[in-house]
Design a binder for this molecule. Sequence first.
Ligand SMILES: [Zn+2]
Length: 408
Amino acid sequence: MNYFFYTIVTILIFQYVLETALNYLNAKHFNDPVPNELADVFDEVEYRKSQDYKQTNYKFGILSSTFSLFLTLAFLIFGGFEWVDQFARNISDQPIIVALIFFGVIMIGSSILTTPFSYYQTFVIEEKFGFNKSTPKLFIIDKIKGWLMLIILGGGILAIILWFFQWAGDNFWIYAWAVVAVFSIFMNLFYSRLIVPLFNKQTLLEEGDLKTKITSYAEKVGFELKNIFVIDGSKRSTKANAYFSGFGNEKRVTLYDTLINDLDDDEIVAVLAHEVGHYKRKHIIFNMIASLLLTGLTLFILSLFVNNPEVSYAIGVSQFSFHAALISFGILYSPISEITGLIMNYLSRKFEFQADDFAKNTFKSQPLITSLKKLSKNSLSNLTPHPAFVFLHYSHPPLVERIRNLNS
Ligand SMILES: [Zn+2]
């Protein structure tokens, strides 16, 4: 047992306690009076349903995070990682192959153990509140596709990083950073074209009133928008969404069919105006550069720790390896990533106000307000989150703050 081991256990327990306390604090405010601006979001029946939904998710969250803490601690303390490491080393003596088997067993193992939780979430909780549209068959196919993607993409990148480590030693992080950077830019550009079709059907938004309104808004603000797609989100859930992806010629807007069903034309244009605001105010490029810099920082710090055998031994393995060090480092680094995540969330909330302002100034605030209310109503969202919970977890400001800003 070494110093890093105790640090890892402390971090895991501390994070669990912090999260549980935050969730508890947030849950204590579920019954707070609803702000005046939001009085028309729910009627009496829907409000009670939303209270029930939040309580159900709160309790389920405690159950699943407690399970996951005990599982991780038991695996760590009773030599789970050593067992998997030896299993992988019996199959091959090539470090890259050993690492791939090691991560493969851990990922698949933890995925199998957590599947009952996600199954329950989808087919019991979401089903009970009328959100679920998925079927057990679709659920299983999604899982398998997700695993295959993880094996191909995750395994591929891991193999390349390990190869750099063998070849360039301590400097591996610079090459790894370059590969990860190219990969993430490539994914940002082609995600909609390559990955989304594996899970959903996308069609170009058909000609008609909505398309005309969107096009004339885009022309007015000087935003080139040729690619507007509709995605069949309704095959899994009634919850609605819209997002923006890519840049240059690859930039596109994707609207969930559920969004088109729930909102009227003006409200959809307002939602798009908000998205255009993110683009025009350069939030997209900022986020991308920030995440590339953070990746570089993480890889650099990893390079300082990876060669210290104690870092590997901290997870209970008897032989030093890059893959064991990577697991150990992943936990040791998590307090730092919590802090960078907190900063990114803070900036993201600022950006949301700026994008709302852009929609208000170039289009109208009223349809954005009503669309936000409808979306909150249809997802039974929490209208009275605790400020500490917002500070740590929210990438978007609470609804009431957005509406006050739009009304100001
Ligand atoms: Zn936004």
